[in-house]
Design a protein around this ligand. Sequence first.
Ligand code: MSP
Length: 513
Amino acid sequence: MSRAFYVTTPIYYISGNPHIGHAYTTVVADVLARTARTDGPAFFLTGTDEHGQKVANAAAEHGTTPQAWCDALVPRWQSLFAAYHVAYDDFIRPTQPRHESKVQRVFEKLRERGDVYLGTYEGWYCVYDETFWLEAKLVEGRCPTCGRDVQWISEEDWFFRLSAYRDRLLEHFKANPQWVRPRSVYNEMVAILEEGLDDLSISRTNFDWGIPIPAAAAGHGGVIYVWFDALLNYITAIGWSEDDARFHRLWPASVQLIGKEIARFHTIIWPAILWALGEAAPELVFAHGWITVDGQKIGKSLGNAVDPFALAERFGADSLRYFLLREAPFGSDFSYSEEKIAQRYNSDLGNDLGNLLKRTLSMLQKYRDGIVPSRSVESALARRFSALPQRVRTLTLDLDFRGALESAWELVTGLNREIDERKPWILAKEGRAEELDALLYDLCEGLRWLAMLLHPVMPERTAQMWNQLGLEGGIAADWDRSLRWGGLEPGTQTHVGDVLFPRIELAESLQGA
Ligand code: MSP
């Protein structure tokens, strides 16, 4: 069976407040999957992270069981993704039997191999980040990532022999300088590896909301450490140890998207676990930057997160998807503000793209009753843009979303310029019918291309474009086959529809609303 493009997002802490940062990673994964599909099969996995003390505490505070608490919260995440037009293929929950049984199998397998052993753990633990810390890493006695209090833990634990993989990890980093991107994160990880690695405690006994340590290791009791459990979602969801053919069609993952704060888990602990299992490391882990407000990561403090549902309602989810990908190079932090969104929306989407569609279809209506003419003159646009789909796809799959959109915008600008320079109203007035036909054809054909090329980023608005162009079905079809200049059938009946991106005037800010 041929390999498929496999993209994952982190599984999101279920009790966190969904915000635009979570939508960000998930939207990017969606764009990758949709783009990969223009060329072959793809699979996109996301989900929620549900075990651990933090969730158990929250459930207790709300007077309910952890399972009921998680069940109640899952729809909030799923509706966030739906609101952002995300079409994932699978949504995994670590509380599902398909996951739990396999995590126990992993534990057993590694115990048999000697990569999991019983030892004593003493050290600091941050419940909020579910992370162990060395004394030396604490900042003024607190968690270095979230600044919260840490607690001293001393117990007999199961350990994963992470230290044994340090040399192989270093070699892997050296031999594959592109496997962790961007470079800043790659360098940071190499520095951690050069300092040396401790073994990792992977069991907890002071609470029970987690996957039980398998019976074969009984006597000890306890549950599996939430990160060890959570990381495995990427392979339990796709049939590891259950359906080999399916698993190997998807694994190793093509791209694992994460925020940079969890790079250590995904590029040091995760490949070591995979190797212990005899599986390959993912092809690429990309650690993107943070969306910030006033220089602070959204979500860090409760007050700085805008309601992502209200945001999607105000600007339209497709416009936000465009903004998130276009505003900053992928990998860097970028500061979010409604003014910036409105600015991009009104200029790129409203003025450039939306107006182009409106102008073209209005002229076609006026001069040709909305019917796509046939063209008899060779088109310069066809030559100029023939390699565009390939370029957009390559840049996108290389995670240069900004570059991909800039390339697509060359066509937007090119078409607008055709109108401005060739002035269809003059051609009409002077009765130069053949030239007018050719120009109108090219404008419509260019718009058909744009609808297809921008579909992964703006699935809903491009479907509207498609519809106004009089097209049915096929907007997500294979680019190589469908994007040949001249593919639009003469005689197609178009119609001028609603304005795609009506102008937005910012009245009151949603910030803090
Ligand atoms: N549950 C763990 C991940 C386990 S994966 C095996 C976790 N969850 S999280 O909900 O705290 O965050 C997950 C991801 O959300 C981050 O890695 C990042 O991709 C995204 N973001 C959260 N806040 C963000 C911003 N402010 N900006 C950009 N992305 C953000 O960590």
